[in-house]
Design a protein around this ligand. Structure first.
Ligand SMILES: *Cc1c(COP(=O)(O)O)cnc(C)c1O
Length: 327
C-alpha cells in the first residue's frame, strides 16, 4: 500500500532505505558559468547516477518499499523513470513492464529495453501511456510505480535535497527542473526543513508547462504535450493529482519558464564552459540563469543537473550549430 504522506521524515527514511543502491552525488563548483553570471554556482550532478538520472532515487525507494509477493511492476514514463524502474526491478528480480508513448526518444526506449524490461509502445502522449500502465496494473495485479505522484517516489527524489542541505548549509537558492513535480516536491521538503532561508525555484520549458498552468489555474489542468529539447519534462501532472500539486504550491517559491532556444544555449554553455554533457531537461536551470529570469542572490546557488540521457547525435548537432554561429 501507499507509504506515509511525504514529509522530511519520509525523505530521511528513504535515504536510509536506498543507501548503497544509488550514488551519493557531491556538489561541484560551476566556476566558469558562475564567473560569467557573477554568482557562486554549484552543480548537483545527478546525471552521474547509474541510469543517467536522479529518477533512480524514487524508483529505488518505491521498489524497496513494495510488499513481499508482488508479481511484478509496471510504469509509464518519458524514459528516465522507466529506465530507473527497470534497473531496480532487475536488481530485485521483479518482472517489469514500461509503457512509453511515441514522444519518447529512441535512445531512451532502447535504454529501457536494455535493462530487460518489457517495453510497451502506446499512444502519442505521456498521459496515454499512463492510462495503459494503470490498465495493465489492474488487469495483471502488478504494482504501479507512478513517475512522480506517489509518496515513496517523492521521498526518494527528496534524498537529493537532503544531500544538498548537508553539503551546503548556507545554500541561498536551489534550481530544480520541474515536470510532474516529484523531484522538486521532495527536494523542497528536505531543503525547506533543513535550510529554511533557501529559495526553491522550479524551471521548466515554456512548451507544455503543465505544473505552471495548474498553479495559475489553482487546480490541475491539462496542457497539450509538444516535442521539446526537454523531452523528460513532458506530460501533464494528472487531473487527479494527489500530492505533488499541493506540495509545489506550498513549498516552491517560484517557477520560471524557458524557451527551446534558451535550453539549446544552456546545453552549449554547459558543454563548452564546464565540459558537461547533459539532456535538455537538466539544462533548464542554467537556461533560467543565462536568460536573466532571476535576480542574483547572496550566497551559493545549487543547480540540480537531473540527467544526461540525450541522443548524442542531437547533442552533436546542437554543438555544431554553436560553432556556425560563432564563425
Ligand atoms: C523526470 C525528470 C525531470 C522532472 O522530474 P519531475 O519529478 O517529473 O518534476 C527532470 N529532469 C529529468 C532528466 C527527468 O528525467
Amino acid at each position: 500500500m501507499m507509504g506515509d504522506l511525504p514529509s522530511v521524515t519520509t525523505v530521511a527514511e528513504a535515504a536510509e532505505r536506498i543507501r548503497g543502491q544509488v550514488l551519493r552525488t557531491p556538489l561541484v563548483p560551476l566556476a566558469a558559468l558562475g564567473e560569467i553570471l557573477g554568482q557562486s554556482l554549484l552543480a548537483k550532478p545527478e546525471y552521474l547516477q547509474p541510469t543517467g538520472s536522479f529518477k533512480l532515487r524514487g524508483a529505488a525507494n518505491a521498489l524497496l518499499s513494495l510488499p513481499a509477493g508482488v508479481p511484478g511492476v509496471v510504469c509509464a514514463s518519458t524514459g528516465n523513470h522507466g529506465r530507473a524502474v527497470a534497473y531496480m526491478a532487475r536488481r530485485l528480480g521483479l518482472a517489469c513492464t514500461v509503457c512509453l508513448s511515441s514522444l519518447v526518444p529512441e535512445n531512451k526506449r532502447r535504454a529501457v529495453a536494455a535493462q530487460g524490461a518489457r517495453v510497451r509502445g502506446i499512444g502519442r502522449s505521456q498521459d496515454e501511456a499512463e492510462v495503459e500502465a494503470r490498465r495493465l496494473a489492474a488487469e495483471k495485479g502488478l504494482a504501479l510505480i507512478p513517475p512522480f505522484d506517489h509518496p515513496d517516489v517523492i521521498a526518494g527524489q527528496g534524498t537529493a535535497g537532503l544531500e544538498i542541505a548537508a553539503d551546503c548549509p548556507d545554500v541561498a537558492r536551489v534550481l530544480v527542473p520541474l515536470s510532474g513535480g516529484g523531484l522538486i516536491a521532495g527536494v523542497a521538503l528536505a531543503v525547506k526543513a533543513r535550510c529554511p532561508g533557501a529559495e526553491v525555484v522550479g524551471v521548466t520549458m515554456a512548451r507544455g508547462a503543465a505544473m505552471q498552468a495548474s498553479l495559475v489555474a489553482g487546480r490541475p489542468v491539462e496542457v497539450e504535450e509538444q516535442e521539446s529539447l526537454a523531452d523528460s519534462l513532458g506530460g501533464g501532472i494528472g487531473l487527479d493529482n494527489r500530492f505533488t500539486f499541493a506540495l509545489v504550491r506550498r513549498l516552491v517559491d517560484r517557477v520560471v519558464l524557458v524557451s527551446e532556444a534558451e535550453i539549446a544555449e544552456a546545453l552549449r554553455r554547459l558543454y563548452r564552459l564546464e565540459q558537461i554533457v547533459c539532456e535538455g531537461g537538466a539544462a533548464v536551470g542554467v537556461a533560467a540563469l543565462l536568460g536573466g529570469y532571476l535576480p542574483p542572490v547572496e550566497g551559493p546557488s545549487v543547480l540540480l543537473l537531473s540527467g544526461r540521457n540525450i541522443d548524442m547525435d542531437l547533442h552533436r548537432r546542437l554543438m555544431v550549430e554553436d560553432a556556425r554561429e560563432a564563425a
